[in-house]
Design a protein around this ligand. Sequence first.
Ligand code: NAD
Ligand code: ZN
Length: 357
Amino acid sequence: MKQISLNFPAKTKTCTIHIGKRIFERIGTLFDFHKYSKTFVITDQNIEPLFLKRIMKSLPIPNAFIVMVPGEKEKNIESVSKIWTAMHEAQCDRKSLVINIGGGVVCDMGGFAASTYMRGVDFIHIPTTLLAQVDASIGGKTGIDFSGVKNLIGTFNQPVGVIIDTQTLATLPKREFLSGFAEIIKHGLIKSEEYFELVTAKHPSKFTQSEMIDIVAKSIEIKTAIVQSDETESNVRKLLNFGHTIGHAIEALGLESSTPLLHGEAISIGMLVEARISHLANLLSISDLEKIEEALTTAELPVSSTGINIDKVLKKIKSDKKNEKGKVNLTLLRGIGDALYNQNVPEITIINALRKA
Ligand SMILES: NC(=O)c1ccc[n+]([C@@H]2O[C@H](COP(=O)([O-])OP(=O)(O)OC[C@H]3O[C@@H](n4cnc5c(N)ncnc54)[C@H](O)[C@@H]3O)[C@@H](O)[C@H]2O)c1
Ligand SMILES: [Zn+2]
């Protein structure tokens, strides 16, 4: 089992991340439960039959739980209200510990409910999708979608711990697994050419369990190194937004359609468009751009979207909360493993890159 300890000075909080196989049942030994009055478990209907009983049995102190309807559409204030109500009815107090077991939706929403209930109670994430393991559960961003904008409402709040159990990936649908892999490829693109080469050397499903433990650990290392130096996203953390300005817009538009894309799928298209913008802005070589397209295609991730509505994408981009003073701030690539944040490019460059998507 691997263990990573993170210190976040801004909130004087330590978050311990445990990564391994068959470890979530050992939760009682991984954390100190003495300081908590009870646990409140948040999960969704897909996870309930797979893991809920086992997790409840492993908890050493009294507990209650809520099972949510799965899906991004449920990551809203009504769902959070249901969680708050259930926590109140279960008589959760300030000493309660929330445990989110599920994908990024459960982690984001459960983390938000926990960080606002009674002005904030401690929480642990047990991410069960690859995307949540390498991304959503790490870094302390919680939140919900609001008014058609992804993650418009939320907090920066670190979990006290994260348990990443690779056994949970066995039941994950292939499409979800590949979607999570997009974030792994992103970590290589923004920080390490060597890691990019490693994770794109073969099809994602060809990595063994122990190789996956190492890959997940390395991705977390890359993400946490960035987050620790900039917990509240004033600067360096923007590197992690690579692919996300365009990707979030495409994801949001997809949610309004009958064929929504998964987060990682939208980010894959976003990464290629933003790599193309990097090339058009004379930052990225054509050979690196082609290498990125090939890597995403090999990983069976989408690199284009049929019938992309450029006007709608631009409108969504402009309403992105990450923009400051009306400027579209992009994270672009100067090479594989070398990213630059706060890059402004003329709108026509974005349009030209989108035209090819
Ligand atoms: N907070 C952050 O920093 C951050 C970063 C990246 C993404 N996110 C958020 O994460 C969300 C996407 O997360 P996701 O991709 O995990 O989606 P998700 O939570 O919707 O999970 C995907 C689907 O897989 C099911 N599932 C989960 N684990 C399973 C398992 N082990 N076996 C079988 N089925 C399983 C879920 O019930 C769901 O139907 C988005 O809302 C995104 O905004 C947050
Ligand atoms: Zn993402």
